[in-house]
Design a binder for this molecule. Structure first.
Ligand code: CP
Ligand code: NVA
Length: 321
């Protein structure tokens, strides 16, 4: 059941100690609880009401890829909740190389109350979680970006008032964003269509998993190579870079493969008149999104970026003991 947002919002205690790796660790009802808590924490932040719910704890952040939003929103969010944030660089930890992942995890858990990781392989984050006695939060892997999608769902909920029954169309690479959007939308009962060229569509096993979750929640998940058809009836049109972090060498080949997969005014004409455009950022204007469309939807896109802060604070408040 969604938790109502009141001035004295209860922080759920039944998620304490859990990892946040893919979304699949949570039930649809728990996802709604996280969204509700995020909305409450946003109100607290906006009204400058202190909410140091985890006073005295510490959270480590480990990055093997660049970041603006994840780095800054986690650092500020950790501090807002009364905790001490600190950043670990690749040359300090060198996950899985300097020592085993199991030893890194068991050592860190002796010092900190939670660990946020951004890296390449999802299996490394899952191995950390297997060995860590404190929650591991996935700050992006090659396969998933659940923190981003929690913020995206908060943004759609704020904009339209509800999620269930709305359609989100993702145009572009079948990457970590496409995977997490399929799972997140399926869990909240939103229809989702991924429009990607052949060879760049999302992994069939994740599509099948999302389809089965969607079915339980009265929604659908579809994959297509036809942008025009996919965008039809969409309330939300979403895109992301054509070459993700780590795929820089493929950037030129991808510009050719994705040339017809740009979110622009012509494609937006097929969406619902009230449709919004979301982008996880960073954006490459003139590639996955036109300058015109990005600037038209800049207010909601930067609200979406802000919502990373509130969404991640909800996750931390719910899982860190
Ligand atoms: N959207 C997102 O995760 O941005 P950063 O890569 O800047 O953290
Ligand atoms: N797909 C992108 C998302 C960036 C937030 C990447 O992995 O680089």
């Amino acid at each position: 059941m969604p938790v109502s947002i009141t001035e004295s919002h209860p922080v759920p205690t039944h998620m304490k100690g859990r990892d946040f790796l893919t979304f699949l660790e949570y039930s649809p009802a728990e996802l709604q609880e996280l969204l509700s808590l995020a909305a409450y924490l946003k109100k607290m932040k906006r009204s400058r009401t202190p909410h140091r719910l985890l006073e005295g704890r510490s959270v480590a952040m480990y990055f093997e890829k660049p970041s603006n939003r994840t780095r800054c929103s986690f650092e500020v969010g950790i501090y807002d909740l009364g905790m001490h944030p600190f950043m670990l660089r690749k040359d300090e930890i060198n996950l899985g190389v300097r020592e085993t992942i199991a030893d890194t995890a068991r050592t860190l858990a002796r010092y900190v109350d939670g660990v946020m990781i951004r890296t390449f392989a999802q299996k490394d984050v899952e191995e950390m979680a297997q060995w860590s006695s404190v929650p591991i939060i996935n700050g992006l892997t090659d396969d998933y970006h659940p923190c981003q999608v929690l913020a995206d769902l908060l943004t759609v909920q704020e904009h339209f008032g509800e999620l269930k029954g709305r359609k989100l169309t993702y145009v572009g690479d079948g990457n970590n964003m496409a995977n997490s959007l399929m799972l997140g939308c399926a869990m909240v009962g939103m229809d989702v269509t991924i429009a990607s060229p052949s060879g760049y569509q999302p992994r069939p096993d994740i599509v099948a998993q999302a389809q089965s979750i969607a079915k339980e929640n009265g929604a659908t998940v579809a994959v297509s190579d036809d942008v025009k058809g996919a965008v039809k009836n969409a309330s939300v049109v979403y895109t992301d870079v054509w070459a993700s972090m780590g795929q820089e060498a493929e950037a030129e080949a991808r510009k050719v493969a994705f040339k017809d997969y740009q979110v622009n005014a012509a494609n937006m004409a097929n969406a619902l008149p009230e449709a919004i455009v979301l982008h996880c950022l960073p954006a490459h204007r003139g590639e996955e999104i036109s300058e015109e469309v990005l600037e038209k939807f800049a207010p909601v896109i930067f609200e979406q970026a802000e919502n990373r802060l509130h969404a991640q604070k909800a996750v931390m408040a719910a899982v860190i003991e």
